[in-house]
Design a protein around this ligand. Structure first.
Ligand SMILES: [Ca+2]
Ligand SMILES: [Ca+2]
Ligand SMILES: [Ca+2]
Length: 281
């Protein structure tokens, strides 16, 4: 493929997401049976895994809200937001002003380990591309009390969402949703709204017992599975890993490619100098 055709193809393949204004997607969430630790408003052993799809600043992330629904997927349940100071400290540690496409942000219950705030995509290993925030620390219950439940993933059903509404204006308000995925054998209002807005493939027609994760095995078009192999903080395998590996490679030029570019530049400068020196002699 010619470079121009390739660029056109890549632009077109990104078009639907850009039209929707999607900058963050839900990549996976884990269902546990833990109680809610005091002051956290999230089950101790459940997690939500986000992927950054376009460069996104800490301010943009902190202005969004995210959360879940009730088991019947008919109403919003818990509403959280990211702590901007925590995100700023992560970016400053990486000398970056924005989170790069391909970044994974995990929000997890208090029994799933300490926060992991190390972030350095230039290291280009899987761990360097993700951070993990603990509920009640780097991600917190939203101060609004209109919708004031705990984030707990239901066996019968759930919808996990991220929204530009800060917070949603009522417990059935999905108008600001940037992205959402869920599971339910018998979808309620929220699950149906998500299927209408983002595609039927965003709601898995399934229950999920404790210990099961709902994971996207696809790319920007979801292919959801219920799996006992959770991959909290890393890509989900198969087409999901291929997609995110590609997104990461585009976000950071390979060292080899950068070296070739530098060598090419040096060569052309040397040639110019030689031509100049020859014409002057
Ligand atoms: Ca649960
Ligand atoms: Ca729930
Ligand atoms: Ca994962």
């Amino acid at each position: 493929m010619k470079p121009r055709s390739l660029i056109t193809f890549l632009c077109l393949s990104l078009l639907p997401l850009r039209l929707l204004g999607v900058s963050v997607m839900i990549n996976e969430y884990g269902n546990g049976n833990g109680t809610v630790a005091p002051g956290t408003k999230m089950s101790r052993n459940e997690f939500i895994e986000f992927v950054i799809v376009e460069k996104t600043s800490s301010a943009a992330l902190a202005a969004m809200t995210f959360g879940d629904s009730n088991d019947a997927t008919s109403m919003l349940q818990g509403v959280f937001s990211f702590d901007r100071a925590t995100l700023d400290s992560v970016l400053s540690g990486a000398s970056l002003s924005e989170f790069l496409p391909g970044t994974i942000i995990v929000v997890k219950g208090s029994s799933l380990g300490a926060q992991e705030l190390g972030y350095n995509p230039f290291d280009n290993n899987a761990d360097a591309w993700k951070i993990e925030l603990v509920a009640g620390q780097g991600a917190k219950d939203h101060v609004g009390t209109l919708i004031n439940g705990n984030i707990t993933i239901g066996n019968a059903g759930d919808v996990v969402w991220i929204s530009t509404s800060n917070p949603p204006s009522r417990n059935t308000d999905t108008s600001g949703f940037v992205h959402a995925i869920g599971h339910d054998n018998n979808p309620g209002l929220i699950a149906n709204n998500v299927a209408a807005a983002f595609g039927a493939e965003n709601i898995l027609r399934s229950t999920a017992t404790s210990g099961v994760s709902i994971a996207n095995m696809g790319g920007t078009t979801e292919s959801l599975v219920a799996t006992t192999t959770s991959t909290m903080g890393t890509t989900n395998g198969g087409a999901n890993s291929l997609w995110l590996d590609g997104v990461r490679a585009s976000a950071i030029p390979e060292p080899g490619r950068a070296l070739l570019l530098a060598a090419g530049l040096l060569l052309s400068l040397t040639r110019r100098y030689r031509v100049k020196a020859t014409s002057e002699s």
